[in-house]
Design a protein around this ligand. Structure first.
Ligand code: MLT
Length: 430
């Protein structure tokens, strides 16, 4: 029998259908609430609001589960790679051999950027924030498109696959060129023979006279970081992409908006905050013990710990913790900031203050440590998150675009400003 929730407001009683998802999560469907009662719901920051039904990513924050299209993140981390995971998210199934080969070929062909496009980088000051450049350049990339792939009304699967490949491929080139521009280094063209991640490292760190040698450990560690960031259901940036897409803005414009949402220190920008916090601790000569004491006294913030959804260890953090142990040992990296990070982690994990509050190190904490160890500049950390999240944004944009009864997102509000007030002409305002 269909479940219903009964709501009583004053002397009016209504029945609201209960929707149950494939993992048993339940939601009260309030679509008719306003029409039937004149009331809306109030849920600032949407902590209790389901904005869509989605078949892409499942999170159980209490149990610490994360699954892409049903597949546990642990299995993908172990057996898949970023590009295969991207395909899975966007198209809903693991690619066949032929699909993978076709997508790889598209990524290789689409990696270059138009020569005229290259000049756009020169218009930015060298200290421009890379996330600002990335967002602007994603929109710029759409301007260089001749095909209709960015058109939200195009339901041609071939055009969509090409659009997805272009965006995933170009965002990596744009990211690398951004870094080169900020450092005054020559742009390095993509090499189609290299894997997605190796190609990125090549464009970031090669010199025309000295190719960068891509170490397997570094390539694998970065691929893992991207895979683990590929989607995370209705987080702030993904909700932004869906919100912008709901106006029928094209894929590129919607994802460019996602970049801006991700930039903030409470979202993707947190990985930069983690490194800045470690730097402050180091420069101030503070011990990890002292810093945690100050956190408990609420004098300073502890970045990279805790998560809005996970009340258990973030499964991505668990995987990255293991990887960071291996990568650091293999690379033999010596860095005082990394030592501080390890000490903070060690102390916090056995301190009841943090354990009771479920303040475990999260994905930003470990991804920051690994990225620092493998030589990714801190200024590029959030950009790396954006590269990783691109498949998720594309998948979510497509899902909402394909919804048969999709409507433009338009929340309501409770107005708390002045009631009707008369206009006062300038001469009577003093
Ligand atoms: C993410 O991966 O987007 C972050 O963990 C934030 C979130 O899910 O709210």
């Amino acid at each position: 029998m269909a479940r219903v929730a009964t709501l009583t407001i004053g002397d009016k009683k209504i029945e609201l259908p209960v929707i149950v998802g494939s993992e048993g999560e339940a939601a009260i469907d309030i679509a008719k609430l306003r029409a039937e009662t004149g009331h809306i719901t109030y849920d600032p920051a949407y902590g209790n609001t389901g904005a869509c039904q989605s078949a892409i990513t499942f999170i159980d924050g209490d149990k610490g589960y994360l699954r892409y299209r049903g597949i546990p993140i642990e299995q993908l981390a172990e057996q898949s790679d970023f590009i295969e995971t991207a395909w899975l998210l966007i198209f809903g199934h693991l690619p066949t051999r032929a699909e993978r080969a076709r997508f790889d070929a598209r990524l290789a062909v689409d990696a270059h950027i138009h020569e005229a496009f290259k000049h756009h980088f020169e218009g930015f000051p060298s200290n421009a924030p890379p996330m600002a450049i990335l967002s602007a350049m994603i929109n710029t990339a759409a301007c260089f498109a001749t095909a209709t792939y960015a058109d939200p009304d195009t339901h041609d699967p071939e055009a969509f696959e090409e659009a997805a490949a272009r965006l995933i491929s170009k965002v990596r080139t744009i990211a690398a060129y951004t870094y080169r521009m900020t450092k005054g280094l020559p742009y390095i063209y993509p090499d189609p023979k290299l894997s997605y991640v190796a190609n990125f490292l090549h464009m970031m760190f090669s010199m025309p006279y000295a190719p960068y040698e891509v170490h397997k450990e570094v390539e694998e560690a970065l691929d893992l970081i991207l895979t683990l960031h590929a989607d995370h259901e209705q987080n702030c940036s993904t909700s932004t992409v869906r919100m912008v897409g709901s106006s029928k803005a094209n894929l590129f414009a919607s994802c460019a908006a996602g970049v801006c949402a991700l930039w903030g220190p409470l979202h993707g920008g947190a990985n930069v905050e983690v490194l800045e916090m470690l730097d402050t601790i180091h420069k101030g000569g503070v011990t990890a013990e002292d810093y945690l004491k100050q956190v408990k006294e609420k004098k300073v913030l502890l970045y990279g710990f805790g998560h809005r959804v996970y009340k258990n260890f973030d499964p991505r953090a668990r995987i990255l913790k293991e990887s960071s142990d291996k990568v650091l040992a293999k690379l033999g990296v010596k860095d005082p900031l990394l030592d501080i990070a390890r000490r903070l982690e060690e102390l916090a994990l056995k301190d009841s203050y943090f354990v009771d509050r479920k303040l475990y190190p999260n994905v930003d904490f470990y991804s920051g440590i690994i990225m620092k160890a493998i030589g990714i500049p801190v200024s590029m950390f959030t950009v790396m998150f954006a590269i990783g999240r691109m498949p998720g944004w594309i998948a979510q944009w497509k899902e909402q675009r394909d919804e048969p009864n999709g409507r433009i997102a338009r929340p309501r509000q409770i107005y708390v400003g002045p009631t009707k007030t008369d206009y006062v002409p300038m001469e009577r305002r003093g």
